[in-house]
Design a protein around this ligand. Structure first.
Ligand SMILES: [Zn+2]
Length: 557
């Protein structure tokens, strides 16, 4: 062939190629572009740096969280997203920030103590130095037992730093939990023909039912014990309450005063299990023990209004239909909330950014949502669903327009599969969208039909009868080290895993935004009944008592 004819053949091929390009790039072509952008130009760690180092921790109602939301909205605007804004909802509690904490043993030895402050508790108003009194709480007391116990303790706590409970023995971990789900297991979890697929990670109400079936006077719940103990310590003149963190390697999970009312609790510390144990042993041998604390907390009344952060890539011919993706932006306050859940936000922002950058024109609108109030009970996403969609039983006009909501909230591990609320046909479509990414570790999708609130924000959608999609992930160090702890920082992120998750989600979101039909849903007849509203005592204890640790879940709040 002559040089000129080779050249003109190339031109013809190029023209045909680019014409096809302009019309409808093939799925393979789109997936290749998604992979390339996600791997070569990832913004995930840049986003992580701001959300954690600069704006963390991001407790709901705090100015940090609002600033993080504003930063994210601005960043998505700079990527070309539209309609980026903060959407208010009524949190109802003031913002709270711990600004300063020093904790020392000053007698009989001098040393620094590893502690965190319980959220929505007061500060110390200067330096507090006092003797320790350790209160050994009764196990599973009834109201009568506990009232009797407290009245015997009343004279012992005045002017004291009170250790609430005995030291918890945390066994040394010999065999660490596996950091990745093996491929065979992942396939089984997301195999539609496996009758046990989807059974993993589910926590049922079984335990509560069993408790309720017990004969005789019921034992108090951990939440009831905590609240009564707080009340008792405040009214009997104790100075500080100290809880045992009860975890290995100086890990601390500090949650909140469940009443959110600072007058109803003392300044409250969660102390590392190691320091709590050391002081317990010294008390038994060389009492008295003297400790010293300085705690400065700040209250922000304007935090009563909290915000979800929203931004969109507008659709074209089906732009009133929406594919949503997101995660919660709020965190606990003991660290900067990297794996829970800045990384989920960074991954979902990245998935949408990839689609924007590769220049596709989605038929449906793609909407990113970064929630707040998740850690206090999925409050921000529930408020959003109520406001925009209503529920299957009381739908608003937008109810019929949501294709699906993708959620990611189980740490830094790569996505391994999806649980899709809806009929099996819905999971099949998501499975097909994920299938080209088996090499990145994603095993498939299975249908779910539970409408109980719990786990993470996709269940706010499921609860309403909307198609929530929860991504399952490799555990890495989530349950064992970072989830809700003082170790949850930028350093614990595996960038390569997060990139894989973003690529996989981008591809699935794109497919759902382009199909002729929406994702199949339950019909009116096949829609599972909503669960009864939980009794107040059945909600998770925000302040676990020493006698009952929080339940572990595979995709916890
Ligand atoms: Zn979370």
């Amino acid at each position: 062939m002559k040089k000129t004819s080779v050249f003109s053949l190339l031109l013809v091929l190029l023209a045909a190629y680019s014409q096809g390009f302009a019309q409808q790039p093939s799925t393979d072509e789109i997936n290749t572009r998604i992979r390339k952008e996600g791997n070569e130009n990832s913004q995930i760690m840049r986003t992580m740096h701001f959300l954690t180092d600069v704006y963390g921790p991001r407790l709901t109602g705090s100015p940090n969280l609002k600033a993080a939301g504003e930063w994210a909205a601005n960043r998505m605007r700079s990527w070309g997203f539209e309609n980026a804004h903060l959407e208010p909802w009524d949190f109802g509690h003031p913002g709270w920030v711990n600004e300063r904490l020093t904790a020392h043993i000053i007698s009989p030895v001098q040393d620094v103590l590893t502690c965190e402050v319980l959220a929505w508790t007061p500060g110390t108003n200067g330096t507090v130095s006092a003797e320790v009194y350790q209160m050994i709480l009764p196990e599973k007391p009834t109201q009568e037992d506990f009232t009797k116990f407290l009245s015997a303790e009343a004279s012992k706590v005045k002017g004291k730093i009170v250790f609430a409970g005995k030291h918890q023995i945390v066994p040394v971990t010999i065999a660490p939990p596996s950091a990745r789900i093996d491929d065979k297991q992942a396939k089984e979890r997301f195999d539609p023909n496996n009758p046990n697929a989807g059974a993993f990670g589910n926590r049922g109400p079984r335990q509560q039912e069993q408790q309720q079936q017990q004969e005789g006077p019921k034992p108090l719940t951990p939440a009831q014990i905590n609240e009564q103990l707080d009340q008792f310590l405040v009214s009997n003149g104790a100075l500080i309450r100290v809880n045992d963190a009860g975890r290995e390697h100086r890990q601390i999970r500090a949650f909140n005063n469940r009443t959110f009312d600072l007058t109803k609790a003392l300044p409250t510390i969660v102390m590392s299990n190691e320091d709590y144990g050391r002081i317990t042993r010294i008390l038994a041998d060389v009492a008295p023990v003297q400790l010293e604390f300085i705690i400065v907390n700040h209250i922000y009344p304007e935090g009563k209004t909290a915000y979800n952060t929203i931004a969109e890539i507008p659709g074209t011919d089906k732009k009133d239909e929406v594919v949503m993706l997101g995660g919660h932006l709020d965190s606990w306050h003991a660290a900067t909330g990297a794996t829970d859940n800045a990384i989920g936000c960074a991954v979902m922002m990245e998935a949408a950014r990839i689609l924007k950058v590769i220049g596709v024109k989605p038929r449906r609108t793609i909407r990113v949502a970064l929630w707040s109030g998740e850690e206090q009970g999925l409050l921000g996403s529930q408020a959003y669903v109520k406001e925009h969609f209503g529920s299957a039983e009381e739908p608003k006009p937008e109810f019929s327009k949501l294709v699906a909501y993708f959620n990611i909230d189980s740490g830094t591990g790569r996505a391994r599969g999806a649980g899709v609320f809806g009929p099996p046909e819905a999971a099949t479509i998501v499975r097909e969208a994920l299938a080209p990414f088996e090499d990145l570790g994603v095993a498939g999708a299975i249908a779910t039909k539970g409408r109980a609130i719990g786990g993470s924000d996709h269940t706010s959608f499921n609860h309403a009868g909307l198609p929530g999609i929860g991504m399952n992930q490799d555990p890495i160090e989530y349950g064992s080290a970072t989830w809700h702890t003082n170790l949850d920082t930028y350093e614990r992120i595996i960038e390569d895993d997060a990139k894989k998750s973003a690529i996989v989600v981008a591809a699935a979101v794109y497919q759902l935004a382009m199909r002729d039909e929406m994702l199949p849903r339950f019909t009116k007849e096949s829609m599972p009944a909503p669960p009864p509203p939980p009794a107040p005592a059945a909600t998770r204890p925000a302040t676990p008592t020493p006698t009952q640790a929080r339940p572990q879940t595979s995709s916890g709040l």
